[in-house]
Ligand binder design. Structure first.
Ligand code: DAH
Length: 370
């Protein structure tokens, strides 16, 4: 018994001071491993007579259980301490500066489109879309361009080669064909839930997109962007059109009481037609909207021509409407002062870094929409 007590005292002392799990494992093997002291004692039980075994059996088994428990408890402690040490050593220093990264920027045209869409969305306009490659009917005929009329040529159209039937598709010269698609009930299904399908009146849509004309100078590029607007309802008149555009201009340029004027104009698809100008000052070399004595042309517009309504299956005696078409890139130049329109599509990242916008900014601080 004295031997067992001494053995237990020794093992308990070694367990208590084992500095880490490896040292503890060495103690465990010395005691309980295949050739360990307690294992040897357990083996010796076989050679004892029944009386001896009755006494030694419980004593040795008890010793084994107590040593095993002591090892397990110390192991839990040491493992927790070792985890703490690893966590302390591997702690992240969050005060270190992040490695530099190249930042992208939102193209000014997309920024301006988002701003415009946000303002019109708040006024209750839905988005409508149409294809960039159009047919003659949607781009011209339905919009009341007479066949062979010089008005067709005024758009410097990019034509595709004729197909087997001699029909030439076009790169749409304006976003106005989307009006036709919005009014025709046979429109293809919308590409996304927020895109308006072709519908019966009342209609209130805007249609942003790319447009194309064979033209290139400081204020024209072969590809450019427009936003078309169309409202069809009962008893719609010029007053609604003027109010809508004035509201838009005030929100877009973030100016109260900016002066606009409507000049008579001609478009085949509207009657009467107008161009809206906004007051500006160019004397200092840059365009300042809302001051001075000059005018900058902003948007074409008018009351939808009865022929256009008829071409789309809508009775002009029952429904009227107005329409407008903005040049998005042009509006962006006026608001953000890019000198040459051609630079906008030259894909020069230095230009984009200078004129681009942060992706994290809301499109229009005034609108509250993002
Ligand atoms: N489609 C015209 C253009 O590209 C712009 C335009 C003018 C659109 C008057 C309209 C409108 O809807 O009513 O020059």
């Amino acid at each position: 018994m004295t031997d067992l007590a001494t053995l237990e005292t020794n093992l308990a002392a070694r367990i208590a001071v084992a500095p880490d799990t490896a040292a503890l494992e060495a103690v465990r093997l010395d005691a309980l491993g295949k050739t360990g002291a307690i294992s040897a004692l357990l083996k010796s039980l076989g050679a004892m007579n029944a009386d001896e075994r009755k006494v030694q059996g419980p004593a040795i088994n008890g010793l084994r259980d107590r040593v095993a428990t002591a090892v397990a408890q110390r192991k839990t402690l040491l493992e927790a301490a070792e985890l703490d040490a690893r966590l302390a050593a591997g702690r992240l220093d969050l005060s270190l500066p992040a490695p530099p990264r190249r930042k992208g920027a939102v193209h000014p045209t997309m920024q301006v489109m988002d701003e415009m869409i946000a303002i019109f969305a708040e006024m209750g306009f839905a988005l409508a879309e149409g294809p960039d490659i159009e047919d003659d009917f949607h781009n011209f005929t339905a919009l009341n361009f007479p066949p062979k009329h010089p008005a067709r040529e005024m758009h410097d159209t990019f034509f595709f080669p004729p197909d087997a039937e001699g029909v030439r598709k076009v790169l749409r010269t304006h976003t106005s064909p989307v009006q036709v698609r919005a009014m025709q009930r046979t429109n293809t299904p919308p590409a996304a839930p927020w895109i308006a399908a072709g519908q019966a009146p009342p209609i209130r849509i805007i249609s942003p997109g790319r447009t194309y004309r064979c033209d290139s100078d400081a204020t024209h590029t072969p590809m450019f962007h427009q936003i078309e607007g169309l409202v069809i309802d009962r008893d719609i008149h010029m007053g609604h059109l003027k109010w809508t555009l004035d509201q838009f201009i005030a929100r877009f340029f973030e100016l109260e009481g900016v002066v606009t004027r409507f000049r008579p104009h001609h478009f085949p698809f509207t009657e009467p037609s107008a161009e809206m100008d906004v007051q500006c000052d160019t004397s200092g070399g840059e365009v300042k909207i809302g001051q001075g004595t000059e005018w900058s042309e902003i948007v074409g517009c008018g009351m939808v021509h009865p022929n256009v309504l008829r071409n789309c299956g809508i009775d002009p005696d029952e429904w009227q409407g107005f329409a407008f078409g903005f040049g998005v890139d042009r509006l962006g130049r006026l608001k953000y002062g890019m000198p040459d329109l051609r630079d906008m599509f030259a894909s020069d990242v230095r230009w984009l870094a200078h004129y681009g916008f942060s992706a994290f900014a809301a499109p229009n601080p005034a609108s509250g929409l993002s």
